[in-house]
Design a protein around this ligand. Structure first.
Ligand code: PMP
Length: 287
């Protein structure tokens, strides 16, 4: 069945959703995005995603076309209009719009941003078997630009990193810069050593994950120790546990880094507990 998607104020069948070839999102990657998890027809961590969307748009001086209430209404309307969709994510993209001929200079403020939202179904998302086995990662140099805190659609290098992982028969790639891990190709990363959760501090070097914020808050509430600092691949390999967080995988154990087993090579206690807590708490506040 064809999806109903949202494009610039209209709900249309996916085949009818057309964007101009002059759109700056298409020509220049001049666009930002968000992905909000949907479980049982409800939105997880919605407020965080709306707030980060505003920050990304602000950083790029793209006018924010929709307020929180309108965005929430569109998300809910998409869930209503796609009854087969109960679990997965809603993808949202705002580009600087169609400015006509290609020009590096931003167009005048009267060019309307292009707004697209659509559902992506992932049945059984909560019961991903990988959460039981853990995943394997390889490391690659972090060759991305230096404003990784802005969630832009410039995802070519993360795609290349994912392909490198796939070729190496791993599940994901961790980026390394100046000898330290920045983040995963599409997630924030953590190690656990002697009961302490260690994850890189927030800066322009990484995306400020919405799941990261929620998980760290919950870890502190559960009296777990958290240290925000960068770590090396060697530290990860000799850690007791490793894991990553993202809106599409929640809390995911990592059991191998560059061919070396982490801890026992099975999902660790802290990651498993944090996943349980995160799933439980997020379901309670879902919208
Ligand atoms: N870092 C990067 C590079 C990402 O692409 C993502 C996924 N959007 C994350 C971290 C995790 O962020 P979130 O928890 O908001 O999904």
């Amino acid at each position: 069945m064809s999806r109903t998607v949202y494009l610039n104020g209209e709900y249309v069948p996916e085949q009818e959703a057309m964007v101009s070839i002059f759109d700056r999102g298409f020509v220049m990657g001049d666009a930002v995005y968000e992905v909000t998890a949907v479980i049982d027809g409800k939105l997880w961590d919605f407020e965080g995603h709306v707030a980060r969307l505003a920050r990304s748009l602000d950083a790029l001086e793209i006018q924010n076309p929709l307020d929180r209430e309108t965005l929430l209404e569109i998300h809910h309307e998409l869930i209503r209009r796609n009854p087969d969709f109960t679990d997965g994510g809603i993808y949202l993209q705002v580009s600087r719009g169609n400015a006509g001929d290609r020009d590096f200079v931003y167009p005048a403020a009267d060019v309307a941003p292009t707004v697209v939202l659509y559902t992506q179904s992932k049945p059984g998302l909560l019961n991903d078997p990988k959460a039981k086995t853990g995943i394997k990662v390889i490391s690659v140099p972090d060759l991305r630009w230096h404003r990784r805190d802005i969630k832009t659609v410039q995802l070519l290098y993360p795609s290349m990193a994912k392909m490198a992982a796939k070729k190496a028969k791993a599940d994901d790639a961790w980026f390394v810069e100046d000898g330290k891990v920045t983040e995963g190709s599409s997630n924030n990363v953590y190690i656990v050593k002697d009961g302490k959760i260690i994850t890189r501090e927030l800066s322009h070097d990484i995306l400020h994950g919405i799941t990261r914020a929620a998980v760290l808050r919950m870890a502190k509430e559960a009296q777990m120790q958290v240290e925000e600092r960068a770590f090396t691949i060697e530290e990860a390999q000799s850690a007791d546990e490793a894991f990553f967080t993202s809106a599409s995988a929640f809390v995911m154990p990592v059991v191998e880094v560059d061919g070396a087993k982490v801890g026992t090579g099975t999902p660790g206690k802290v990651a498993t507990r944090l996943r349980e807590i995160y799933l439980e708490e997020s379901a309670k506040t879902a919208l």
